[in-house]
Design a protein around this ligand. Structure first.
Ligand SMILES: [Mg+2]
Length: 304
């Protein structure tokens, strides 16, 4: 099982740091999931520096991967694994400039157009706006629908592009399909997505719809109380699984996994250079499992 978490607005208040006592509980929860073979990922629209500032480096490297810039960049254990090469065209740039210039919104701060890896983030009020100004814009935009209007105007001229209204003040622009949902292509087994903008037009919408299960939450406090309920999901009773009928799949050609049962839970069993080797290891694991009657134990160390 993969747990995919949006960060801003889901684990933290918008643009602010994570609540510390929630962070401690979340870390415990992640470790429990990882111990039972589940994986935990961040899938955020922000870049690496913003996410690290919000959740702290310790938590950022603890998760199994952090997808920054809407899945256009993947970090694992603090190292960059892959990233998109897309850049916005000059005609798109000038259209965005004139839309922002013609807005009737009153309070302007800097950083209205921010180029990120694989996408561009645009904001009438500007990303340097104070918390107060953001709040005012958010409320104004909810009434006036400015961001939706900007999206309609740009999407008719650029059908090859996708748009998402994210956070309180901005819009993400990217090549169609290259939104948060692209990370699902990397996942093995079922995925649960948790985010605060899962509604149509929100920046979590596409990934939430395509995941096997979604949780649309209001804020980190709701997330905090949800964690307790999620535990059952991540701890399948391994005794009930039929290992002999499981099969082996590959993660980037290196890691082998067992899949089994209707839950399609996945458990890493080690790194092998060939599929045959992994299948052989599965037979050994079955023997070991049924003779020890233990769900996991230290299989790797016991076997070698
Ligand atoms: Mg969010």
């Amino acid at each position: 099982m993969n747990f995919l978490f949006d960060v801003d607005g889901t684990l933290t208040p918008s643009r602010q740091r994570m609540n510390y006592s929630f962070k401690l509980r979340f870390i415990e929860w992640i470790k429990k999931q990882q111990d039972s073979g589940n994986k935990v990922f961040f899938v955020t629209g922000s870049d690496k520096d913003k996410t690290v500032a919000q959740v702290g480096k310790d938590l950022w490297v603890l998760v199994d991967g952090s997808y920054q810039n809407c899945g256009n960049q993947l970090y694992k254990n603090g190292s960059l694994v892959k990233q998109s090469q897309w850049k916005m065209s000059s005609s798109l740039y000038s259209d965005i400039c004139s839309l922002l210039k013609n807005s009737i919104w009153h309070g302007r701060a800097g950083k209205n157009i921010e180029e990120r890896v694989g996408m561009v983030n645009i904001s009438t009020v500007g990303r340097e706006a104070s918390i107060q100004l953001r709040k005012e814009y958010f409320e104004w935009d909810n009434k006036k629908g400015e961001r939706q209007r900007i999206v309609s105007s740009l999407s008719s001229k650029y059908p090859e592009l996708g748009f998402a209204v994210g956070g309180e003040i901005s819009i993400d622009v990217y090549p169609k399909g290259k939104d948060k949902s692209q990370v699902l292509d990397d996942m093995i087994g079922e995925s649960v997505f948790l985010g605060d903008r899962c509604e149509e037009g929100g920046n979590d919408f596409s990934i939430a719809e395509k995941s096997n299960k979604k949780y649309h939450i209001e804020d980190w406090k709701e997330m905090d109380s949800l964690l307790g309920k999620l535990e059952g999901l991540g701890n399948p009773n391994l005794y009930s699984y039929d290992f002999q009928n499981s099969f082996v799949e590959w993660d980037n050609g290196r890691m082998a996994y067992f899949f089994w049962g209707e839950d399609a839970a996945a458990m890493p069993i080690g790194s092998f250079s060939t599929r045959e080797e992994a299948v052989l290891k599965r037979e050994e694991y079955c023997d070991w499992f049924y003779s020890h009657k233990s769900p996991r134990g230290d299989w790797d160390t016991n076997e070698e």
